[in-house]
Design a protein around this ligand. Sequence first.
Ligand code: ZN
Ligand code: ZN
Ligand code: FE
Length: 758
Amino acid sequence: MSGSKAAVRVSINGIVQGVGFRPFVYQLARDHGLAGQVANTAMGVVIQLEGAPEAIDACLQDLPRRKPPLAHIVEIQREPATVHGFDDFRIVPSVGGQERFTLISPDVAVCDDCLSEMRDSNDRRHRYPFINCTNCGPRYTIITDVPYDRPKTAMRHFSLCEACRREYDDPSDRRFHAQPNACPVCGPSVWLCDRDGQEISAEDPIAAAAEALKQGQVLALKGLGGFHLAVDAQNEEAVRRLRRRKRREEKPFALMAADLSRAGQFVEVDAAAQSLLESIQRPIVLLPKREGHAIASGVAPGNAYFGVMLPYTPLHHLVLAEDFLALVMTSGNLSEEPICIANADALERLGQIADLFLMHNRDIYLRSDDSIVRQVAGEVRFLRRSRGYVPVPVFLRSNLPRVLAVGGELKNTICLTRERFAFLSQHIGDMENRQTEDFFQLTIDHLQRILDIRPEVVAYDLHPDYLSTRYAQTRDDLPVVGIQHHHAHIVSCLAEHQLEGRVIGLAMDGTGYGPDHTVWGGEVLIAEAGGYTRAAHLQPVAMPGSASAIREPWRMAVSFLEVSMGEGWREMPLPLMKGLSEPQIQISTQMIRQGLNSPLTSSLGRLFDAVAAILGLHLTVAFEGQAAMALEHLAADVDAPPYAFRWGAGDTRIIDTAAIIRAVCSDVSAGMPSPIIAARFHETLVQGLTDLCEELRRETGLDRVVLSGGVFQNRRLLAGLLARLGLAGFSVFAHRQVPTNDGGLALGQAVAAAAMMA
Ligand code: ZN
Ligand code: ZN
Ligand code: FE
């Protein structure tokens, strides 16, 4: 190199270790004719570049554009350095540091390079189900501790053969420092066994498993983050058998399609769906069913969507390649328990469900369920954020103290913060049984260890009976901060958008504990990270039977009808009446009047349930949200005018839901088709909440509206409010990085607790 020679030192923060970043920098520097070196540090990588100034600029411009698929750059810092006179570019040993904090990559789908090797009959990894490289494969689920090195992963039981070792040591190889690197000679293997764990001898266990699936058997299949239960998705009888054995009556099953073109045979796949399906995270994507599809009707009964994913492990590819349109791939668990990850545990807990087990001997240290996403209003929305995304942090506006937030009760996740990072855990589940509680505890311990976070404070939900709350209260080594449920929802959305200051928060939800000991869930808050006031809420009504009223929406219908028109409703020709007995009406109204086991709720979720039940859609449900989903489905895209949406005066406005119920009933009596009524109901909420926000803007000057809470899983309501509020001149924020349901709650708890302590 002649002429002027410059030198820079570049520090890069983010997910840059164990993802092929140093070999990438090595190649990039050489492409630009630069000398210098690259090394891992405790916080990321540091690069020394020397050469022509314009070549250095070009190299640094290329860097973020060409980064390896698993790398996630948070920050690039560049500073001038002195010229050392390097004569080439080198990868040098790690620069030691006191901090052992590095960001860990999530588990991602097998890459195309590996797939073509796997399909090549001349390759030494032909049909090898554990093929991977620096750009693909397991990470988060196989790590026990940091730094991320093979002895700290599930691969410690397998020592590299000579051929694999050469790849591992060669900076120019695709498998340089790929910790899970393996081959048929030295790596993990698969086998097939029966429910007693007896190995079934088969020349090709994968082909044998596929054959069993074709005959309608239920296969337990060990994946990346846990076991799946699989059946042939076109086999009606097999699907029924799986439902019966799994004790899962109506909840939709997820599907794994063999490839994109096959997926397109049973769901509508547009460009956005295609990029989600093919992304390295490989989530389950909710997509509209196609007319005349060939999938068994029992897969997603009464649902307009299928949850579809594409194969993400080499093993999936090998099984699906045996000529399936799609497989049902549902979590390997019993009803609401956590998904199985260990072989022995799977045999014990899934022994009554699966006929056969396709096992392997690469351990899963931390379970991680499939993530579930859908596209609404041009953005990806998470219903569950887990495998493929965790543990990528949410990047915060500013540094935070170290907080552990323990989440809610249902769809639990936990969150740990340090510096500008908030680490939301994978889906833990509904905290209603011992196994889930154990998994919750394990996740907290595991994440604290691998992220090297010792929390200074614990944030929890105010509900005194949540298991997560009880856990927080046992942490008497640390200060604890209770965060109101809907405040946490709004702050969760504030945090992911890096917003500061006060906003109008619409927390539309199913259930959350209010400080007045009633059940909140239709809340309009004036909120900021450190606090909130309740500006408006739905009129509280009784939930006769308490939790039973969630499982039996007819109870909420009776309650709303009683509040709205006394006994008058009993003479009306409501579809609800066809499914109700006189004693049911008697007992529930008595409970309401006497206040027996009938807590008050302002939940919008319960109002949805009531309207769905009045229209006769679901008098009882198999899972929370089922009735509301049916109402949304019924409304489809029907255009219809809103009902009146009124609220009272005062500091805390009470929204008059009784008027909405009366309007619904009057439409029913007038013989209005129910899709129109369902559409009018949705439209009422969209227009009414927009009007309310306008009044609050006049009063407070606030023009930012934040949407959060489980009810915003309703596509029409979310898209409608985003559009309508936008037209009214508001800046509107909804979730894009974490779920709007309780799966995103812990993020808000953590950020709110930090603000309240400050
Ligand atoms: Zn690969
Ligand atoms: Zn090997
Ligand atoms: Fe909630």
